[in-house]
Design a protein around this ligand. Sequence first.
Ligand SMILES: Nc1ncnc2c1ncn2[C@@H]1O[C@H](COP(=O)(O)OP(=O)(O)OP(=O)(O)O)[C@@H](O)[C@H]1O
Ligand SMILES: [Mg+2]
Length: 277
Amino acid sequence: MLDAAQTTDVQEETLLEVNNIEVIYNHVILVLKGVSLTVPKGGITALLGGNGAGKTTTLKAVSNLLHSERGEVTKGSIKYRGTSVHESEPADLVQKGVIQVMEGRHCFEHLTVEENLLTGAYTRKDGKAAIQQDLDLVYTYFPRLKERRRSQAGYTSGGEQQMVAMGRALMSRPETILLDEPSMGLAPQLVEEIFGIVQDLNEKEGVSFLLAEQNTNVALRFAHYGYILESGRVVMDGPAAELRENPDVKEFYLGMSDDGRKSFRDVRSYRRRKRWL
Ligand SMILES: Nc1ncnc2c1ncn2[C@@H]1O[C@H](COP(=O)(O)OP(=O)(O)OP(=O)(O)O)[C@@H](O)[C@H]1O
Ligand SMILES: [Mg+2]
């Protein structure tokens, strides 16, 4: 048994450290204006904010996927376990244990569900038996995928495709998953199911998550800590339980306030009333 002090140590071990990064697209469009965040080992960290706030850009900066979009980190540093990963290739990062599940759940549509999952093991060199074991593990977390293992991925539902994308990421045995907008376009019940699986993986397999979400309500129920991004800046951060109770967050992101539910009209007073600006 760990005593309390040791437990705290474990929880506070930092995996990812993003320090004051700036990202520019096409040499001119400044999108991130000094974003800092940390992802502790064993935690679920949420990156929240509306359309265009810079969530995806932040995740892509971490996993070095900006180049293909003519984006560039022009300031700041990104470290994983204390080592700069700024110049790594995405595949090096996978070797270090960090993998991104992209927004819009990209599957290989013409491959079966199981073939898709197996593509996630391509960086591994530990043999067929170990890979089979992990495939079985993925199926215990995603029983729906087991049922549909022989179906062509392109014909599965949006929720199943999200599960395929997450399952494929798991096949690389990651320490940290960068999960971009898992709730996108899914019915509320499926969103609950997906977040429930994230929580299970976090608790039982010890996988750490940095998840980008517009759905503040769900994300703050499952995450331990949250950062709120607006126009490329972190405007607020704190333990998820505190953010959930914060009057501004309730009003602007959860659509409720102490005087009852806000109507669309009230959005006009948004900037004036927000306490953090
Ligand atoms: N390849 C690109 N070239 C130029 N601008 C871009 C590019 N990709 C994103 N942007 C801009 O950067 C800003 C942040 O976009 P980003 O995709 O990071 O936001 P987001 O928070 O993930 O939004 P969403 O919730 O809609 O996915 C937006 O203004 C967007 O238009
Ligand atoms: Mg996005």
